[in-house]
Write a protein that binds this ligand. Structure first.
Ligand SMILES: Nc1ncnc2c1ncn2[C@@H]1O[C@H](COP(=O)(O)OP(=O)(O)OP(=O)(O)O)[C@@H](O)[C@H]1O
Ligand SMILES: [Mg+2]
Ligand SMILES: [Zn+2]
Length: 473
């Protein structure tokens, strides 16, 4: 029974609650982020308890239970195959029972598509699947499923519903092996008066879903929307509750989609999954390097190929740089895909240690394909791309450049150098400029790739200059 109605102001950025309106949030410092939300509260514990199969015995008076570590069965994290290798990989080897996964991404990126593809596979192999959509009608979901799923779909249950409390009896009757909520922003509980998508609704629904997942050992996938301008408040709050946060990204007008874990309690966060959006759904991309190198071939000044190690596999990328005369004020330094301070450091090294004059030069650097490599092994390629554009020296398309740049201008060895060498060789590259120490240590037998060791950025530029001379202009 509703107990009392109260009105609070909730920061839509961080979820901080205040009894009165404030211009700036004292916690996250956001301006004008407070929105009045009417909260009709029941017994607050009741909201938290909902959905749990054993809700009744969680009342006051029940004592907590502790087990000795060796007595706990470790087989409890059995993993379910989603039928999508790239998704399994990002999850850390499949879907863990009772785990909560948040999948976020811009509108239209393919969240519902990847989930319905996984759901159809699980419904054939592990048991019934319940797909609850607050955004689309059953017919719309069916149309997508007909387009992107193959095989028997008779164990895939679909409900167009926004009332989270009405979903619980459905779970009781279907007993799904996998539950999907698309999306958290459309769901609401009647206990709260505030609108779906508001921080308090998202938090309450998140709590209920957590109890469903943990209480019944069902893996739950929760879709969350993210706006182009940044993240939305709601999902930020749920991020703390869930086990795994996946982010789906890509350029909507291009076909490549990258799935990555921002948080994962059951695996690393360095794995990426790659897909191509096709009419018949998301297809796994096996030769990832090829999709980031498309169009490369030293055709332009300022383009350089590099190799990075992402998660458990090597990946080849193109770096582009553009330099131009500063017309007003301070020179601009803009980086997309690499850290701005990393770029500033590389530019400083080019100036001080390699004799490039970049005062009054605007510098733009872009990692092609919208990827953000975490590894520093792309540093040297960034440096040489800037050098190439500045000096109008075209790098040959068969050249790949790896190495971390230190403040003194020295090149530090890269991790997993042998795997990068192997990938470059496999992709048909003919030259690799790399830190001398990585070259010395390498035991990789290459077929067509020649390794060119360099001690410093200056050495690397000299090596690149020799190769650039071989390019027809
Ligand atoms: N008939 C079609 N043929 C090919 N591709 C399609 C077709 N219909 C949709 N798509 C692709 O699917 C994308 C939409 O996928 P999906 O609905 O899974 O995205 P979403 O992330 O769930 O979006 P939303 O945020 O709107 O829920 C479209 O942007 C388009 O690229
Ligand atoms: Mg969708
Ligand atoms: Zn705040």
């Amino acid at each position: 029974m509703p107990k009392k109605a109260k009105s609070v102001f909730v920061c839509q950025e961080c979820g901080f609650e205040s009894p009165k309106w404030t211009g700036q949030c004292p916690v996250c410092r956001a301006w004008n982020s407070f929105v009045e939300e009417n909260v009709t509260e029941r017994d607050p514990d009741d909201v938290r308890r909902r959905g749990s199969a054993s809700g009744a015995d969680q009342r006051a008076g029940r004592s907590a239970r502790a087990q000795r570590l060796p007595d706990i069965r470790s087989g409890q994290t059995t993993r379910m195959d989603t039928g999508i290798g790239e998704l399994n990989r990002v999850l850390g080897g499949g879907l863990v029972k009772g785990s909560l996964t948040l999948i976020s991404g811009e509108p239209g990126i393919g969240k519902s598509t990847i989930i319905i593809q996984a759901a159809s596979h699980i419904s054939r192999t592990a048991g019934p699947v319940l797909y609850v959509s607050g955004e689309e009608s059953e017919e719309q979901i069916k149309m997508r499923a007909d387009r992107v799923c193959s095989g028997d779909l008779s164990n895939l249950f679909v409900a167009s519903e926004t009332d989270i409390d009405a979903v619980i009896p459905l779970i009781d009757s279907i007993e799904p092996a996998f539950l999907v909520i698309d999306s958290i922003q459309t769901m609401f509980t009647e206990d709260l008066d505030s609108a779906p998508g508001s921080v308090s609704q998202v938090r309450a629904c998140g709590n209920i879903l957590m109890n469903i997942g943990k209480g019944r050992n069902i893996p739950v996938f929760i879709v969350a929307h993210v706006t182009k301008s940044g993240e939305l408040a709601g999902p930020k709050i749920v991020e703390h509750m869930v086990d795994t946060v996946l982010h789906f990204s890509g350029e909507r007008n291009q076909d490549l989609r990258i799935l990555r874990a921002n948080k994962n309690r059951f695996g690393t966060t360095s794995e990426i999954g790659a897909f191509e959006m096709r009419e018949e759904g998301l297809a796994e991309v096996e030769n990832l390097s090829a999709s980031f190198l498309d169009g490369l071939g030293g055709s332009e000044d300022g383009a350089a190929a590099t190799a990075v190690y992402e998660g458990t596999r090597p990946l080849m990328l193109e770096i582009q740089a553009l330099t131009s005369t500063t017309t007003m004020g301070f020179p601009r330094r803009t980086a997309i895909g690499i850290d701005n301070s990393r770029l500033a450091m590389i530019v400083a090294v080019l100036e001080k240690k390699a004799g490039l004059n970049l005062v009054n030069r605007d510098i733009y650097v872009n990692v092609v394909g919208g990827l953000r490599p975490e590894s520093t092994s792309a540093d040297l390629a960034v440096a040489l791309a800037i050098w190439s554009d500045e000096k109008k020296q075209r790098l040959p398309g068969e050249l790949v450049i790896v190495g971390e740049v230190g403040l003194t201008g020295e090149l530090r060895p890269v991790q997993n150098a042998d795997k990068l060498i192997k990938e470059a060789d496999r992709m048909g590259f003919r030259y690799m400029i790399l830190p001398e120490r990585s070259r010395e240590r390498s035991r990789e037998k290459t077929s067509g790739l020649r390794l060119i060791g360099a001690e410093t950025v200056r050495d690397a530029i000299a090596a690149a200059e020799k190769l650039a001379g071989k390019v027809d202009r």
